[in-house]
Design a protein around this ligand. Structure first.
Ligand code: UGA
Length: 448
């Protein structure tokens, strides 16, 4: 089989490369000639573990090609994937579909035989129908079907997510298109990966509802963490106790500084907009958006409190800028809220991140950028762990104790054990876990 993939961003490049790994002939197309040239030379525009090697392998095998010419990508293709960006509109937060419709028009002009047009971009409900109308208007004689096929890839784990997904969702009412989709996902189909065959509308909702539900889950456990802090509970134990209930599940119950990234913040806002537009208010999701925004901001207060009420002229070492590990993506990262808040409270910031520093330098000012964790924490009044990179999980605490000015660690990802840190004499503040003093919960001592 042969497919074209329009857009060599995160979704397009990962999907195209993985389809090539499935044995399909893939041509990825992008308008950005420089990007295509770099891809042809093996230079990958995003950081995603394993992607560079897989692209090289598939290019070498002759199954993965790059071009700026859509007609070439569509020549003999069974399906064309639309994987262009849908950034939130600056006006109302709704997904901006300009690139999707532009791609649809161009595709329309190049349809020869029966072609399945697959929407992989995250798009509002009704977009598959609108794309159908755009194509029909541009090329009334075209023989085609439009399918909604949302992606559920996580940055940093995208290849594994594509190769071993929990499910594949295919939204179309055309049996002919379903057959093509089954064939494209044949290796997964054989592996008995569940395939949800549904309408385009349901498929489009599944994408938003899944991301929004995960955002709800995270925000829920974050609020439970606040309660744990107030009553000496331990949120990790609570999450474990809840998660073992098969109806709840243990994933996405890690309390932290609030979710970020290019998906949850964008998709929760878009779902709220879609609900408003269709007079089906998404009140829970709206609340989650508000609670999450407030949470990211409140993390700075936590640091200030740990520093005795003021960070004025203090050196705060920030470990981790990316919104999560294994990515250089800093979009909507908690660090981008916490650092400016601390700066406006008078703190001097030193920071590091294993791969996101180049991106961070473009948006954060007056930060002393350091090569690694140890260089960052030198003479620090407090160390804040914002992203749970492996590099920060196994720090030599003797060395840390020697380097810092004050033994104060604010661990926003709960990657260290509380009693151990306190035994070592650190003032250690984490999330949803009570501080211990001589093995007793701090609040109990306060109350006594
Ligand atoms: C998310 C979804 O998990 C993917 O299924 C989806 O395909 C993708 O969005 C998308 O729509 O493209 P991603 O944004 O890469 O993937 O990252 P996640 O691993 O989901 O993490 C999102 C945020 O939630 C991060 O800031 C992370 O730190 C936070 N998080 C996650 C928590 O605070 N606690 C958790 O238990 C899990």
């Amino acid at each position: 089989m042969k497919i074209g993939v329009v857009g060599t961003g995160y979704v397009g490049l990962v999907s195209g490369t993985c389809f090539a790994e499935f044995g399909i002939d893939v041509i990825c197309v992008d308008k950005d000639a420089g990007k295509i040239e770099r891809l042809k030379n093996g230079i990958i525009p995003i950081y995603e573990p394993g992607l560079e090697d897989l692209v090289a392998k598939q290019v070498k095998a002759g199954r993965l090609h790059f071009t700026t010419n859509l007609a070439e990508a569509m020549e003999g293709a069974d399906a064309v994937f639309i994987a262009v960006g849908t950034p939130p509109s600056v006006i109302d937060g709704q997904a901006d579909l300009t690139y999707v419709f532009e791609a649809a028009k161009e595709i329309a002009q190049n349809i020869k035989g029966y072609t399945v047009i697959v929407n992989k971009s995250t798009v509002p409900v009704g977009t598959a129908r609108r794309v159908t109308d755009v194509i029909r208007a541009a090329n009334p004689n075209a023989d085609f079907d439009v399918v909604s096929n949302p992606e559920f890839l996580r940055e940093g784990a995208a290849i594994d997510d594509f190769m071993r997904p929990d499910r594949v969702v295919v939204g179309t009412t055309s049996e002919r298109a379903r057959a093509v989709m089954r064939e494209l996902y044949r290796p997964l189909y054989i592996n008995e990966t569940p395939m949800v065959m549904t309408t385009p509308e349901s498929s489009e909702i599944i994408k938003y509802a899944s991301n929004a539900f995960l955002a709800v889950k995270i925000t829920f456990i974050n609020e439970i963490a606040n309660l744990c802090e107030a009553v000496d509970g331990n949120v990790q134990d609570v999450a474990k106790g809840m998660g073992l209930d098969g109806r709840i599940g243990s994933k996405f119950l890690h309390a932290g500084p609030g979710y970020g990234g290019s998906c949850f913040p964008k998709d929760t806002l878009a779902l709220v907009q879609i609900g408003e537009q269709h007079k089906a208010p998404q009140t829970i999701v709206q609340t989650v958006v508000d609670v999450n925004n407030a949470r990211q901001k409140s993390m700075a207060d936590r640091v200030i409190a740990a520093c005795g009420g003021s960070v004025k002229d203090k050196k705060i070492a920030v470990l981790g800028i990316a919104f999560k590990p294994n990515t250089d993506d800093i979009r909507e990262a908690p660090s981008l809220v916490i650092i400016p808040e601390l700066q406006s409270a008078g703190a001097k910031i030193a920071a590091t991140d294993p791969v996101a520093m180049d991106n961070a330098k473009k948006v954060l000012n007056n930060v002393e950028w350091c090569e690694d964790a140890y260089a960052t924490i030198k003479d620090a009044d407090a160390v804040v762990i914002v992203t749970e990179w492996n590099e920060f999980r196994g720090l030599n605490m003797d060395k840390v104790a020697d380097l810092v000015k004050t033994k104060c660690i604010i661990d926003l990802r709960n990657i260290y054990k509380l009693p151990e840190m306190e035994e070592r004499g650190f003032h250690y503040v984490s999330i949803g876990r009570p501080a211990l003093i001589d093995g007793k919960a701090a609040s109990k001592i306060r109350a006594a």
